[in-house]
Design a protein around this ligand. Structure first.
Ligand SMILES: [Zn+2]
Length: 243
């Protein structure tokens, strides 16, 4: 759904993103975090929470995530990829069943499946929205925190889906954890706007679905980025690398 120009124009004027650009030099201590770029959320017709038709914002996000993953791996820089994965008997309210463990839904999209056998990538299945929480093990340790410490990461670059849900929750929790002193030497959390996307459920469609909340894509994507920025993340519209 494309919102009437006036609404988005007003939003961009009232809560501007003032996006920056990120340059990554040869010895940047940077890690790429990919949030849920899996079939169940990104591939047309792949499940209850997958797009039902081609969606430009999601396609661009997948393409940009794969491009960055390639750039990172070619430099042997670390990648951490979350994959929403649920036990068939444990629901995740308020969502319908999705991304059941072992199905194609909970697998990375085809453009990223090469990460499954890539030494620079750490893959983390999670059974809740917030990847920071989903990284907690039974013994209280946190796989994501350990990854930051082990790789000595100072900057994380975050991409994925949904901008205002899984991406935002992860970013907000990570910033809190950093400020609480749990994530040394992490300094900066950067969100790449074209590397993020959210789903589209316009009000006129949502009101016909019991229990559904309206979720206009362009608007919620913008608000999600704005809120990430409000929590202390840097939002960038461009990522470039040392040749
Ligand atoms: Zn889920």
């Amino acid at each position: 759904m494309v919102l009437k120009g006036t609404i988005m124009d007003l939003l961009k004027k009232e809560i501007p993103l003032d996006e920056e650009s990120l340059f990554l030099g040869r010895d940047s201590n940077v890690g790429l975090v990919i949030v849920d770029v899996i079939n169940g959320f990104c591939t047309v017709g792949a499940g209850n929470l997958a797009p039902t038709q081609h969606n430009e914002q999601i396609s661009v996000m997948v393409k940009e995530s794969a491009r960055l993953a390639g750039e990172f791996c070619s430099r042997k820089w670390p990648i951490f990829a979350f994959m929403d994965s649920h036990h068939p008997d444990i629901p995740e309210p308020p969502y319908p069943p999705h991304c059941i463990i072992g199905t194609d839904e909970s697998r990375l999209v085809p453009a990223l499946q090469w990460l499954e056998s890539e030494p620079c990538a750490t893959l983390r299945p999670k059974d809740c929205i917030n990847g920071f929480v989903g990284s907690i093990e039974k013994d209280g340790s946190n796989v994501f925190v350990d990854w930051v410490k082990e790789k000595q990461i100072k900057i994380i670059l975050v991409v994925g889906i949904c901008t205002d849900i899984c991406v935002f929750d992860f970013v907000a929790s990570t910033l809190s954890a950093r400020n609480h002193g749990l994530l040394p030497p992490l300094e900066e959390v950067v969100v790449y706007s074209s590397g993020c996307a959210t789903f589209d459920l316009p009000h006129d469609v949502a009101r016909g679905i019991k229990g559904a909340l309206a979720h206009p894509q362009e608007l919620m994507h913008h608000v999600g980025l704005h809120m990430a920025r409000g929590r202390g993340a840097k939002v960038v519209s461009e990522v470039s690398f040392d040749a």
